[in-house]
Design a protein around this ligand. Structure first.
Ligand code: ZN
Length: 175
């Protein structure tokens, strides 16, 4: 496994719609290695999701991180999704902070539907369908947006809350 270089804001690969993955391609060693490398890269940089275009691979593959457990048992479960589609399950929205490994050390508030359904293929090529809510629903939408060349800043209603991590910690968090 390898840690891959993460594309940063300004790299055209982040703005290009990614191509669909052919089902026959999923089981190939090259694709499986990409999934493993993507997971290793996400863990290295402590992301809660990562999409293939962020590591310069313009294919419809993303990782959705599900934050589980607390304290010592804190763990991020990773769901790799291939050719994912996300559908809102409610009209209710939620506003929360987002960050992105491609916009290092920045944060901004984004409004998104708070419940979604994800339909995709898993890393073995099997069809999967699951519902997510809260922060996980946000992560799924953020990552799947990457596959269409959309970044979280595009979803911000205004840039008033766009800030650097240091200022975020200083002025925008309570603890
Ligand atoms: Zn991102």
């Amino acid at each position: 496994m390898s840690i891959l270089k993460v594309a940063r804001l300004g790299h055209p690969v982040l703005r290009k719609p990614a191509r669909k993955v052919e089902p026959a391609e999923i089981k190939s060693p090259a694709f499986q290695k990409l999934v493993d490398d993507l997971i290793e890269t996400m863990r290295e940089y402590e992301g809660i999701g990562l999409a293939a275009p962020q590591v310069h691979e313009s294919v419809r593959l993303a990782l959705i991180g599900i934050d589980e457990g607390e304290g010592k048992n804190h763990n991020i479960r990773v769901l790799p999704v291939v050719n994912p589609e996300v559908t809102p399950l409610s009209k209710t929205t939620e506003e929360d902070w987002e960050g992105c490994l491609s916009l290092p050390k920045m944060r901004g508030r984004v409004v998104r539907p708070d419940k979604v359904q994800v339909r995709a293929l898993d890393r073995r090529g099997n069809r999967v369908e699951f519902d997510l809510e809260g922060y996980s629903a946000r992560v799924a939408q953020h990552e799947i947006d990457h596959l269409d060349g959309i970044l979280f800043i595009d979803r911000m209603k205004s840039f008033e809350t766009l800030c650097f991590l240091e200022e975020y910690s200083k002025f925008w968090t309570e603890d």
